[in-house]
Design a protein around this ligand. Sequence first.
Ligand SMILES: C[S@@+](CC[C@H](N)C(=O)[O-])C[C@H]1O[C@@H](n2cnc3c(N)ncnc32)[C@H](O)[C@@H]1O
Length: 327
Amino acid sequence: MTEYPTDDSKPTDGSETTYASDTIYARHAPVFVLWACRETGIVDTLLEAPREPTEVAETTGVTERAAAVALDALVALGFAEERNGEYRPTDRLSAFDPETPIEERGILPHRLDSLEKYLALPTAMKGGDRPGFSETGLENYAAGMASVDGSLLRAAVTATEHAHPRPDCVLDVGGGIGRFGTEFARRGAAVTLVDRPGVIELARQHLEGSDVEPVPGDALESLPDGFDLAFCGRLTVGFSPAENERLFENVYEALDAGGTVACLEYVSGRSSIAPMFAVHMLAMSETGGTYTEEQYHTWLGRAGFVDVDVRDVPGTDCQLVIGRKPE
Ligand SMILES: C[S@@+](CC[C@H](N)C(=O)[O-])C[C@H]1O[C@@H](n2cnc3c(N)ncnc32)[C@H](O)[C@@H]1O
């Protein structure tokens, strides 16, 4: 397989500037190619059966020139392979196969959906509307959430357990399809996962037979109560400051006295990811952004939490914002 040049590739022709060192182009060009292949149906037609370029042109309506160029690009990017003039998908392309279970699809389909939102960023920056998600957008989003790196997941749960050792009853607020909730359950907690109804439907399929109970709800309205730990993973970055104040009021009510709230986030001024993540939220949604330590201190303090602290999660570029409900 031909390797696509990476940012680290060394110039091979002695020149100062190579395609590979053109960092921005090298990053966005593959995403655009993949996006175009998905949108034109080239990805779907390849997933159906091995194809020659002329067949791809016939079934999708792209020109023969485009089919040949796109297929070779998919090979160069590792999404297809060519044998005797026929192109067939590699495992990497199965991320786009609706038959592939959500938890195995990875974040790529969601990244392509995000691309459409980034293209509309100039409009969004002037207060205009963002494009909606495609039909499969929610599944792609869920697959993206599920692709959280295992070492980050374990480091975050361990850091949370340092703040609140051996929790019995955990409320996973905005828990997605339950990667974090499942890790708390694996370590012995009874876990209730609250998320929006559409996500809960997907979570149910994923969590069948597990010790995590998925419950539909709106964390900005109300939450179930009786928990000693509330975990919010990458949730506050989706809300406005006013919504976060409301969230923490509801989380406070959900906790028993002595309970702990722990939020895994990219804290502005602490995480190098935060500035670009704020851009991501600007592109993706009406609300959201990254927030400073001071903002978290203010919101948690106003809700009644004490011992508020922002800690780096070891080995990651994320922080854990914690607070305790007094006894
Ligand atoms: C970025 S995802 C994080 C999922 C998971 N906690 C993780 O870290 O992988 C944010 C989640 O919050 C959920 N969410 C957003 N607004 C919510 C609300 N008002 N009430 C409950 N869940 C919400 C979204 O549906 C989504 O599943």
